[in-house]
Design a protein around this ligand. Sequence first.
Ligand SMILES: [Zn+2]
Ligand SMILES: [Zn+2]
Length: 263
Amino acid sequence: MVINNTVLSTTSFFQSDAWLFAVYIILTYEIVFWFSNSFLIFIELFDIPIIDQYRIQKHKKKLRFQPDIVHLMIKETIYHQLSLIFLTPALYFIFNYFGHIDIQGIRPSWSTILFQLALFILSEDTIFFWTHYLFHTPWLYKHIHKKHHVYKQPTGVTAVLSDPFEGIQTQLATWFMPIFIKETHIFTVCIWVAIRTYQTVIAHSGYNLPYITTQYWLPELMPGTIAHDFHHQHGKWNYGSFFSVWDQIMGTHRLTTSKKETN
Ligand SMILES: [Zn+2]
Ligand SMILES: [Zn+2]
């Protein structure tokens, strides 16, 4: 009887919403993160002229010739991967404390999914811009954001390498709207995880690859890889994530600079 109860409770745990939420979110994230990063690691390890012509910081050596920064990236990436095991279940409880996420119910209509995704993108872009802008004020930059700016020559994995306090900023920007709208479905949330992961990994890729980087899609509105790479090179300007609209309003959208401005 005791054995039966144990089997039953184990089975119900693996069918629970909390478990399924963690599995769906982590799987979606890991597939997009490692699929895109495998490609970026491959092109850093091997010289392929047809791809290398799109490398943004060609005046610098490829990352494989910079062992110190590569060791730091590997160590910090392992910490980040481990942190997901604890953060994802916490996210499930935050979702259900402030709203509700449907895990096993029927998928919403595509119009609902697309409408919610548009809200998620607009909300993330605004919160990310303003919190990132604040992180470039002297005290916050020195004590928190500088850890992300160690990577002056970014590659995909550096997208998630930062101080834990900055991690909270990123999570707030990503999850504010999905939690705020109260009623979401895991299917929509997984698409959102895939979009957000792709966007940030590609923005840090270090390559201006045609049609893979987002500035090719809407050049007037989407800053893409060139802008965020420029941000890492100079430690200022281009604070937005999906769009350059806030940067254009605030006069911080830059893709070129004079010698005086870089000092
Ligand atoms: Zn920054
Ligand atoms: Zn960055």
